[in-house]
Write a protein that binds this ligand. Structure first.
Ligand code: ADP
Ligand code: MG
Length: 879
């Protein structure tokens, strides 16, 4: 074996941090690791930093890890070095992913392929290039489970029984009974890997459902000889180890068998750690290395002996919920490297400022949280405007209600008016008919008989009585007619007053404009139509009156007319007789001219003639006048008939209007019914939502109270820890001062120191508990947030399209609910942020309190037996 470089080859450590996995993000976990660009350094919390040979942040791909950290080892193999790659870390931190131990052949070109398949590929590539060398490659694959070795390449059931580890002074560690497969190609090797993987013991725990609870070691032995030089040759071994999860037992919630497993796994890991530190410790060079403590270390003895390139890939999760385990891994890896003096982090000024600010922000957030006693009120600064809005909304609502009431009343009134009008029209029609009948009766011959005369002339008693009855009837008829005229006038008055009322109603309506568009519209239309109707009625009444008057005039004129006509006839007759007389006279005159005696007579005749002529012309004038009067009468008759025509038209118009009004009212009634139904449905839905909201709020409040209590407790723990640390520091200073003083102080000093130490321990434990609580809280909060967000998304879709114009009450309340929902989401988010800040804060404190070498310091501070006695006395007293 080649041992010349024994001193120069340290164990190399690569830190690999995986990205946050979906489970962690869904629990609201934050990243608690930061990386220094260009430096192989990782910073935990704010200031605790670790330096390794390589540090791979979450963005680094498999290929880069392989090329930078693993590939050099493979090259060393061809020079005869043994090599080992160990993946260490808690379950779920990415060991298997990094090692690629679940590789199958069909993943060949996948970029996420891990170390083992890449190693195999590179080995065979290098081998190809060394044509003048002869290679013999052998593969074995085993698993250490519960401190038993299982051969993964052996198909038989009792794999573990025949396997023994023997130490051969010449060949080193030999595993008797382990299958070794000779392989000549990449495919051969990969199929061995696949076969082994299938036989691996995989059991699930609370941490990782596929967590491997065993250490898996894939070994490739390489014998190489130069073809023409039989004396030169190397024998090297390459171990690729996927260790079991390094987490502490309680975290996996394991019990029984699983717990036993855990203990055994940790036994291997613990002794591996011890071996690593023993090998790396400068002071213990050449001292005892405890290989035999576990099978794992025994098996790896060859490769950890110093002539091996050993790479430990320490895998960690960046989530703050895993901080404790991450810190353990970092310390373990640090021990493996054995770098005692921690390098100072040289951050550039900008980054340092950023870091400082971030820390300040965190502290402020914690302070804020404490000030509010654990929860933030849902909205601190939006209080005033929301109140304002509230009152406005209320006002708006009451106004809308009033408006609705009013328009309802209006439309009812309009409906009633319409009904009344209809009734009026009907009665009017009836009235007209009756009037017509009355008229007919009056025209009847009975009325024209002069009964009085008849009574006087008639002798028969019976007949007399009958005639008297008829006379009474005549009187009743006359009375009826006069009454009728009075009623007509009264009706006209009523109509006009009605019209006034309608006008008033409209006025009132105008001042209170409703937002309930449809019903208002309807009411307005009704009002408008009844107004039109009234107008029509008015005009109708006027026309009717006019027509009546005219026809009355006519009837007055009629007797005059007939009289005139007889007059005219008389006159004409007279005229013609006069004319005759005149002619006779003229003739006589002629005759008498011859007869002088008759001169006197003729004189008289001439005079008479003149007289007659004057009479004739008078009569002609009268005639003319009479015919003029007749013409006038004709024209009035025409106008009356025209008026009657108009009245008829108007009446039909009125009936149409009535019908329309009725239809409208019916339509409105239907619409309203439907609306009412909708409103009831909406109200029901609204009530349900309101209830849900209330429930949510109540739950929220309850949770908030619990959270507040927890926060207060955490804050108290935090403070206690801080105080304890402070005291401890002071005590340490004091101790240094009083170191040289006499014995008398010893007891008191030890006592106060121990009291302090206990206080620190207790408060650390308390803080840790609260930390766990906080992590749990945040998980719950994150889940709630997700739920709420989903609910909001689900609720958003429907209401927008439904009736944009009429903004109903339910809509307003629905949007209110949306607002409160998003408010809750907002507050949940802040809660989560605060929780994260608190977690970070507590973790920082714990980091400060838990300096890795505290235990050592503790024992260092008890230097004498006396001190030890005092300490024991105090402790027993405390117990
Ligand atoms: P372990 O073997 O340590 O228990 P795994 O290798 O099974 O953990 O990894 C746990 C989960 O994290 C797996 O789903 C894996 O895909 C994922 N993972 C681990 N490391 C990375 C990485 N560097 N990039 C992306 N995903 C990773
Ligand atoms: Mg694994």
């Amino acid at each position: 074996m080649v041992r010349e470089e024994e001193k120069g080859i340290p164990v190399r450590v690569a830190l690999r941090c995986r990205p946050l996995v979906p489970k962690e993000t869904s629990e609201g976990c934050q990243t608690c690791l930061s990386f220094v660009p260009g430096e192989p350094q990782v910073v935990v919390g704010n200031e605790k930093s670790f330096t390794y040979d390589y540090v791979f942040d979450p963005s680094v791909e498999q290929e880069e890890v392989f090329n930078t950290a693993v590939a050099p080892l493979i090259r060393g193999i061809f020079k005869g070095y043994n090599a080992t790659v160990l993946a260490y870390g808690q379950t779920g931190s990415g060991k298997t992913y990094s090692m690629g131990s679940t590789y199958t052949a069909n993943q060949e070109h996948d970029p996420s392929v891990g170390v083992i398949p890449r190693v195999i590929k590179l080995l065979f590539k290098e081998k190809e290039q060394k044509q003048d060398w002869e290679f013999i490659l052998k593969v074995s694959y085993l698993e250490i489970y519960n401190e038993d070795i299982l051969d993964l390449l052996c198909s038989s059931r009792e794999r573990s029984s025949q396997i023994n580890i023997r130490e051969d002074p010449k060949e080193g560690i030999k595993i008797v009974g382990l299958t070794e497969r000779s392989v000549s190609s990449e495919q051969d090797t990969v199929s061995c890997l696949e076969q082994g993987n299938n036989s691996r013991t995989v059991a699930s725990t609370a941490m990782n459902s596929q967590s491997s609870r065993s250490h898996a070691i894939f070994t490739i032995c390489i014998d190489q000889k130069k073809k023409n030089d039989k004396n030169s040759g190397f024998h090297s071994k390459l171990h690729l180890v996927d260790l079991a999860g390094s987490e502490r037992q309680k975290k996996t919630k394991a019990e029984g068998d699983r717990l036993k497993e855990g203990i055994n796994i940790n036994k291997g890991l613990l002794s591996l750690g011890n071996v690593i530190s023993a090998l790396g410790d400068e002071n213990k060079k050449g001292g005892f290395v405890p290989y035999r403590d576990s099978k794992l270390t025994r098996l790896l003895q060859d490769s950890l002996g110093g002539n091996s390139h050993t790479l430990m890939i320490a895998c960690v999760s960046p989530a703050d919920s895993n901080l404790e385990e991450t810190l353990n891994t970092l310390r373990y890896a640090d021990r493996a490297r054995k770098i005692k003096n921690k390098p100072i982090v040289n951050l550039d000024p900008q980054a340092a400022e950023l870091c400082r600010l971030r820390q300040q922000l965190q502290e402020l957030q914690v302070l804020l949280l404490q000030a509010h006693g654990g929860t933030l009120p849902v909205s601190i600064n939006s209080m005033a405007p929301s109140e304002n809005l509230q009152s406005l909304m209320e006002k708006n609502q009451s106004l809308m209600e009033e408006n609705q009431k009013l328009s309802r009343g209006l439309s009812e009134a309009a409906g009633q008016t319409a009904q009344m009008l209809e009734r009026i029209i009907l009665t009017e029609q009836e009235n007209e008919k009756i009037n017509a009948k009355l008229e007919q009766l009056q025209q009847h011959a009975v009325c024209k008989l002069d009964l009085q005369k008849l009574v006087e002339t008639v002798e028969d008693e019976e007949l007399k009585e009958n005639v008297k009855v008829i006379c009474d009837l005549q009187q009743v008829l006359a009375q009826l007619q006069s009454e009728n005229a009075g009623a007509m006038e009264a009706a006209a008055e009523v109509e006009s007053s009605e019209q006034d009322a309608a006008a008033e109603a409209e006025m009132g309506h105008d001042t209170k404009r409703s937002s309930d568009d449809f019903s208002t519209h309807h009411a307005l239309r009704q009002a408008q139509m009844s107004k039109e109707l009234l107008e029509l009625n008015k005009v109708l009444a006027l026309k009717e009156a006019l027509a009546k008057k005219m026809s009355q005039n006519d009837s007055h004129l009629e007797p005059i007319q007939s009289q005139y006509q007889t007059n005219i006839k008389d006159l004409e007759l007279e005229v013609s007789s006069l004319q005759k007389e005149k002619e006779e006279l003229v003739l006589a005159l002629h005759m008498t001219k011859k007869d002088v005696n008759q001169a006197k007579l003729s004189e008289r005749r001439r005079k008479r003639l003149q007289e007659l002529e004057g009479q004739i012309s008078d009569l002609k004038k009268k005639l003319n006048e009479q015919s003029k009067l007749l013409k006038l009468k004709e024209s009035t008759e025409r106008t009356v008939s025209k008026l009657n025509q108009e009245i008829r038209e108007m009446k039909t118009q009125r009936v149409q209007l009535m019908r329309q009004m009725k239809e409208d009212a019916e339509k409105f009634r239907q619409w309203k019914q439907q609306k009412d139904k909708e409103v009831i449905q909406l109200k029901e839905r609204d009530r349900k939502r309101q209830y849900e909201l209330l429930k949510l709020e109540r739950d929220f409040q309850k949770q908030a109270n619990v959270l507040r209590r927890k926060t207060e407790e955490a804050a108290a723990a935090n403070k206690r820890l801080k105080d304890a640390l402070q005291k401890q520091r002071e005590a340490a200073d004091k101790r240094k001062e009083s170191q040289n003083r006499g014995m008398e102080g010893v007891a008191a000093r030890v006592k106060s120191w121990l009291a302090n130490e206990v206080e620190v321990l207790v408060s650390t434990e308390e803080a840790r508990r609260h930390l766990a609580d906080l992590l749990e809280d945040r998980k719950i909060l994150a889940q709630e947030l997700l739920q709420l967000e989903e609910q909001q998304k689900a609720g958003e879709n429907p209401p927008l399209k439904l009736r944009r114009r009429t903004y109903s009450l339910a809509d307003v309340q629905a949007s209110e609910m949306d607002i409160s929902m998003s408010k809750q989401i907002e507050s949940l988010k802040t809660e989560m942020d605060l929780r994260s800040a608190q977690i970070a804060d507590l973790q920082q404190k714990l980091l400060d309190a838990d300096n890795g070498d505290r235990v050592k310091q503790r024992w260092d501070s008890i230097a004498t037996i006396l001190e030890a006695k005092c300490a024991l006395k105090y402790l027993l007293g405390e117990v």
